[in-house]
Design a binder for this molecule. Structure first.
Ligand SMILES: Cc1cc2nc3c(=O)[nH]c(=O)nc-3n(C[C@H](O)[C@H](O)[C@H](O)COP(=O)(O)O)c2cc1C
Length: 166
């Protein structure tokens, strides 16, 4: 066994499930960013966690409204991941710029992402900053799946693979 540095260790994380974190700012403008650092962290009640850089507009949006949508991106959303992960919602309205299709939520005011494998509407329960990212823990207050199952995307260092439902 050989020792590696923390910088090398973070590169060992792939494959990584991706999350699309949808939010809305205080003025009502919707925003979305991909996040590799997201997970379910409680089953009962159902809580999810996302780690968001405080420099991202998403962090400000979630703090302003206390809500977000945790969506697993679906097959065919590769381009959307790269589009929304390389610009900031305070500089561009991503939903307009990239013509992102969405559906009405039922329990929050945050748009649901059409084409995602699932959309979980969340209300923020806790916020921590253990290091350089802010961890938002959200309680899932409503969950949505497409009429026909859609495969989830996994990130292999910038190349996306589809996990199809069995
Ligand atoms: C594949 C991928 C994974 C990413 N994972 C994260 C993440 O886990 N946390 C994070 O804060 N940013 C992550 N980013 C970067 C943000 O998505 C990016 O900075 C985005 O432009 C922020 O948008 P916003 O300023 O509108 O919130 C990721 C980007 C990509 C392309």
């Amino acid at each position: 066994m050989k020792q590696v540095s923390p910088d090398e260790a973070v590169g060992l994380k792939f494959p990584e499930w991706l999350i699309m974190v949808v939010s809305r700012d205080a003025k009502g403008q919707p925003n979305v960013q991909p996040a590799g650092w997201g997970m379910i962290c409680s089953g009962d009640p159902l809580y999810v966690a996302v780690a968001i850089s405080p420099e991202n507009y998403t962090c400000q949006c979630i703090r302003e409204t206390g809500e977000f949508v945790f969506a697993w991106p679906g097959e065919g959303q590769d381009e959307l991941i790269m589009q929304t992960g390389t610009c900031h919602g305070n500089e561009v309205n991503k939903f307009e710029e990239f013509n992102i299709p969405w559906s009405e939520p039922v329990a929050t005011n945050v748009p649901l992402l059409d084409g995602a494998a699932a959309n979980l509407e969340c209300q923020v329960m806790h916020e921590y900053q253990p290091g350089d990212c802010v961890m938002f823990i959200g309680e899932v207050v409503a969950a949505h799946v497409p009429d026909e199952p859609i495969g989830k995307l996994s990130n292999f260092a910038g190349k996306f693979a589809v996990a199809r439902p069995l």
